[in-house]
Design a protein around this ligand. Structure first.
Ligand code: 4AD
Length: 475
């Protein structure tokens, strides 16, 4: 009852406290500071309460003792309440550890917004761990956890590092539209919608728009959401993902692969050179090592041989593309042949055995998108190959898809025809070849896949703020 009577008031005779974020506190050691945040951990002893307060920039050990620990608010404090804490920042005593090496000895504090206790307590809601769909519904609360928030903080550093790496290669950033009327990667994965009475799509890739920027802005990149209506419930597929794409003019196919390798290695170097992002990588993926250079480059044809030499088979498909079963109901597995798609399972086994980043290049034209430049054909070869490459990473598989583009207008028009694409909506893309064409190429990198590799996450769903997959657009 006594505690109800204690009313805390900030002592106006004390030195004015400096308001600060937790990450800025090191410079304010032994000074009076004011911090706002959420109760991340709470340990109540007889006369003393230990809090860990979280503000997004870090964690702060906070000590309430004496009068400040005896108020009604102190005795009823709950996890995830928001609080204001004011006090003197002290280095932790010898032999003890705390985030940042210091703790706040509180002389004044108050609850800003209390979180419920009992039934509706934060930990009770998140405890429903058994059902992944409940976890997905509670993504907004999961995000408050240490791992989820660290992944997203690392993601922010990653995007900055990518931008710095690309900018240092003289590429500039543009923002292409998401609402479009052309497809890039095939009609099967388009989200269609009604746009003021006209058919339109959510963009699958900004590539075509980037290509149009080359004559005005030079080499360009974008970080834009791409959308894929893929009915894939895999560890690496999202319906909406962050697509980092770049396009470069007057390059060769080998320049393109060199550039991709440079950007990836430079991005990793930048992340490891920054103590904050380096610590996040260490926390999430303790055994991470920057990849050795140069990356392996294996042609598609050699990859097919490699799969067969290593006994990695593919499911046999009937004319409709359905897996064929044997008498015992097992999927029939067959050897790979030139012309076959290297499916996710085979690709994953391959990258896991190789264990380092590897470029697969030179895929057959019939497996790839309409815009890809063909490789000069060899006599007697029936398959036409393209100047295309996928970069595969251990544990994740394909993280980058890139190619050289058709530079010749007639060849592009023939490609539209072959793919059954109406050239009319593509007039602006075709014009690129009409008004001063050039050899050019580019690539798209899946940011969530890259982050899954870097932070050693099981699925790309952990690498997106609010992941979307078939059936899921909440929260
Ligand atoms: O290989 P994709 O489909 O290539 C393109 O879209 C090209 N137009 C890019 C370009 O050349 N500008 O996609 C590129 C990358 C993939 O390597 C993968 O990392 C990622 O985008 N990606 C996905 N990530 C998550 N969920 C999905 N459903 C993805 N589909 C592709």
């Amino acid at each position: 009852e006594d505690s109800k009577k204690i009313v805390l008031e900030e002592d106006a005779s004390l030195i004015k406290a400096k308001k600060a974020k937790i990450s800025q506190l090191t410079e304010l050691r032994s000074q009076r500071v004011r911090v706002f945040g959420w109760v991340h951990r709470l340990r109540q002893q007889k006369d003393i309460i230990f809090l860990v307060v979280r503000d997004g920039t870090g964690y702060l050990q906070t000590v309430l003792s004496g009068r400040v620990a005896q108020t009604y608010q102190a005795l009823t404090l709950t996890l995830e309440s928001s609080v204001e804490v004011v006090g003197t920042l002290q280095a932790v005593p010898e032999g003890k550890t705390a985030p940042g090496g210091h703790e706040l000895i509180v002389d004044y504090w108050q609850v800003v917004g209390a979180a419920p206790g009992a039934e509706d307590a934060f930990t009770n809601r998140l405890n429903e761990k058994s059902d992944p769909s409940i976890q997905a519904d509670l993504r907004h609360l999961v995000l408050r956890g240490e791992t989820a928030s660290s992944v997203l903080r690392l993601r922010a550093f990653l995007l900055t590092a990518f931008r710095d790496a690309l900018t240092s290669h003289s590429l500039i950033e543009v923002t292409p539209p998401c609402l479009v009327q052309t497809q890039v990667e095939g009609g099967a994965t388009l989200f269609k919608f009604d746009y003021y009475g006209q058919p339109a799509f959510l963009t699958q890739s900004s590539q075509l728009y980037l290509e149009t920027c080359l004559p005005s802005l030079g080499d360009v990149f974008c970080v834009q959401e791409s959308f894929r209506a893929e009915n894939s419930h895999t560890r690496r597929h999202l319906s909406e993902y962050t697509h980092l794409e770049a396009e470069l003019a007057f390059i060769t196919f080998s320049d393109l692969m060199d550039h991709i390798e440079d950007i990836i290695c430079k991005t990793v170097d930048l992340l490891l050179a920054n103590p904050i992002s380096a610590a996040l990588v260490k926390q999430l993926n303790p055994s991470f090592e920057p990849p050795a250079r140069p990356f392996l480059r294996i042609s598609y044809v050699d990859a097919i041989k490699w799969l067969n030499e290593h006994g990695i088979k593919r499911p046999e498909e009937d004319a409709e593309g359905n897996a064929v079963k044997d008498e015992s109901g097992q999927t029939k597995m067959v050897e790979h042949a030139v012309g076959d798609d290297i499916a996710e399972a085979a690709e994953r086994q391959m990258t896991d055995i190789i264990g380092t980043p590897v470029f697969l290049y030179g895929f057959p034209a019939e497996l790839k998108a309409f815009y890809m430049k063909k490789m000069p054909g060899k006599d007697g070869e029936k398959t036409v190959f393209t100047e295309s490459c996928d970069l595969l990473m251990p544990n994740v598989g394909e993280i980058v898809g890139g190619s050289m583009r058709i530079a010749d207008m007639e060849e592009l028009i023939a490609a539209y025809k072959r793919e059954g694409i109406d050239p009319e909506p593509y007039y602006w893309f075709t014009d690129q070849r009409k008004y001063g064409t050039c050899e050019h190429g580019g690539y798209g990198l899946g940011v969530e896949r890259f982050l899954a590799w870097l932070a050693n996450r099981f699925t790309v769903r952990e690498c997106s703020l609010y992941p979307r997959w078939p059936g899921r657009a909440t929260p």
